[in-house]
Design a binder for this molecule. Structure first.
Ligand SMILES: C[S@@+](CC[C@H](N)C(=O)[O-])C[C@H]1O[C@@H](n2cnc3c(N)ncnc32)[C@H](O)[C@@H]1O
Length: 519
């Protein structure tokens, strides 16, 4: 166990003197200095000067956590922090700057966070070491160098191609806008903190505050000690503010072994939110049921010259959730991801999809590395050390590519099926096949021409193929299979009423354009 400096002993003593309980727990400091985030040679003098608080980057580990001193049974309250040790939004609102903000009714990016920040900055500056909260301020991470808004250009490079880069820039700008807006109505903010210190306070609050109900009123608070628990899912503890005892409590949901780290769940989130708000990305961000909450935004464009422009626009803008939306989404995504997955990703399908008349251009990231390169990089802990910014960036971009790959497989499967159905329909129109609709959604195909295979057989063959994603295959087969049946019904109806009613046969795919016309 690493040596725990005095400031932790002072912090714990202060909590105990004020009625807090956490006897079964101990704080630990992990051996991962900030220097592992950026090697000394990568930090130029300018950046050192700009460090939010003047602490040498090599001096401190900001990665601490909470461990069980002894085994903790389920349903044990292992942390109890009295109300007087909490910093709440209302305390920030009662400061001179807080009152000025309220009076001016400023429209701020993160209003609740701002009041917590204001209290922290104001109290620390005004009362210094005589502040009641001084022992707490002493243990707050001094630099927060893991937060992407503080990353060096070298570290940001690792995110090349990711949408997160613009979100990081937007976040930095939003904080600056808030700082300048408050300065206008409360110029004394300028004597409390610099913009960098304001940014530090914003990220400190953002990564440590709890949303609570106190006296029936929703608020946010900084809760000393409770904010030392790191994130892990599925959750092993739960927290609440107990109105009866007027204490913030953390309770175990299962037994926790002696020595084990005690975690809190920060929720089910996409890695970009973990990274932006907490400065880390989860290596395997997957729920117990296999669901992965990672997301990638896609920007889609429908060409106004497209013959189906109006239909498509309506489709995409009314948020339709009917059965085909998944398959159509997949088709568009196929075009979106085509050629955007980085070197080495097979792109055989991309060309034909992108050459279609519908979606001309999709603005998507272009990554400099492939997903397999990312995976190999993550094996190399010397270059990508645990808890380093470089590693977290790598985890983020690898996750984005996993999402894109998933949709690529989905869209390729859907488009393969659509092409097959379109060929089948053509053969039926030309009289080369006779498709009969049977019970249980099955079909019988009688061939008079050459080389026509039944859709059902194609699906069966694909099911045997280990390279096919089976959930995606089933989804596409069900959705497109039922559309195929509909299409054959309409075609048969049209053929039976060929004299005079031909033009009246409705086709859900607008067969003048072909099945894939929608794509
Ligand atoms: C509420 S604090 C937890 C205590 C913090 N480790 C400390 O030393 O002050 C949240 C911060 O802890 C770190 N953290 C929490 N969970 C983590 C995880 N699973 N992996 C990496 N860092 C984590 C991140 O820096 C995050 O912003």
């Amino acid at each position: 166990m690493a040596y725990i400096p005095d400031k932790f002993e002072r912090f714990e003593a202060w909590l105990r003197e004020n009625g807090a309980h956490f006897e079964a727990l101990e704080l630990r400091e992990y051996d991962c200095l900030n220097s592992s985030n950026t090697s000394a040679s990568e930090v130029d003098d300018e950046e050192k000067k700009e460090s939010p608080l003047t602490v040498s980057l090599e001096e401190v580990s900001e990665m601490r956590g909470v461990h069980a001193r002894r085994s903790i049974p389920p349903h044990t309250t292992c942390v109890s922090i009295p109300r007087r040790c909490l910093i709440t939004v209302e305390m920030g609102q009662a400061t001179p700057i807080g009152r000025a903000i309220l009076q001016a009714d400023l429209d701020l990016d993160a209003p609740k966070h701002i009041f917590l920040m204001i209290y922290l900055l104001w109290d620390r500056k005004t009362h210094g070491s005589s502040s009641f909260f001084h022992p707490y301020y002493e243990i707050l991470p001094p630099t927060l160098r893991n937060m992407p808004i503080f990353w060096s250009a070298f570290e940001l490079q690792e995110l090349e191609g990711s949408h997160l880069l613009s979100q990081i820039a937007d976040r930095g700008q939003a904080i600056q806008d808030d700082y300048e807006a408050i300065l206008e109505v409360a110029p004394s903010l300028g004597t409390l903190c610099t913009l960098d210190e304001f940014k530090w306070a914003r990220m400190c609050v953002c990564s440590r505050n709890f949303g609570l109900q106190i006296d029936g009123h929703r608020t946010s608070a900084l809760v000393p000690h409770a904010d030392m628990l790191n994130h892990y899912r599925p959750r092993e503890t739960k927290w609440t503010f107990d109105e009866v005892t007027q204490c913030f409590t953390i309770t175990s949901l299962q037994s926790i072994q002696a020595g084990a780290q005690v975690y809190d769940s920060y929720g089910q989130k996409c890695n970009h939110r973990f990274l932006l708000n907490y400065g880390f990305a989860v290596e395997d961000n997957r729920e117990l049921d296999g669901f992965c909450p990672n997301e990638v935004p896609l920007e889609l464009y429908v060409d106004p010259a497209d013959i189906l422009f109006q239909d498509k626009l309506e489709f995409w803008t009314r948020g339709e959730t009917n059965q085909i939306s998944g398959a159509v989404t997949a088709g568009l995504i196929a075009q979106a991801v085509g050629g955007s997955m980085g070197r080495g990703v097979p792109s055989h399908a991309a060309e034909s999809y992108t050459s279609g008349p519908v979606v001309k251009r999709v603005r998507l990231a272009s990554y400099p590395t492939t997903i397999s390169q990312d995976m190999a990089d993550l094996q190399d802990e010397a270059s990508y050390p645990q808890f380093s910014n470089r590693r977290h960036a790598k985890i983020q971009v690898r996750g984005e590519k996993e999402v894109l790959h998933h949709f690529r497989v989905w869209s390729e499967t859907a488009l393969d099926m659509l092409t097959f159905i379109e060929d089948e329909l053509k053969e039926q129109q030309q009289g080369n096949v006779e498709v009969e609709l049977l019970q249980n959604n099955r079909t019988s195909v009688t061939t008079t021409g050459q080389g026509v295979v039944n859709f059902d057989d194609v699906i069966r063959d694909m099911e045997q193929d280990d390279d096919v994603h089976h959930t995606i295959l089933r989804y596409c087969a069900d959705v497109l299979g039922s559309l195929r049946r509909e299409e054959f019904k309409h075609l048969r109806y049209a053929q039976e009423h060929a004299s005079g009613t031909r033009g009246g046969a409705r086709s859900s795919f607008r067969s003048n354009n072909g099945l894939s016309g929608f794509f």
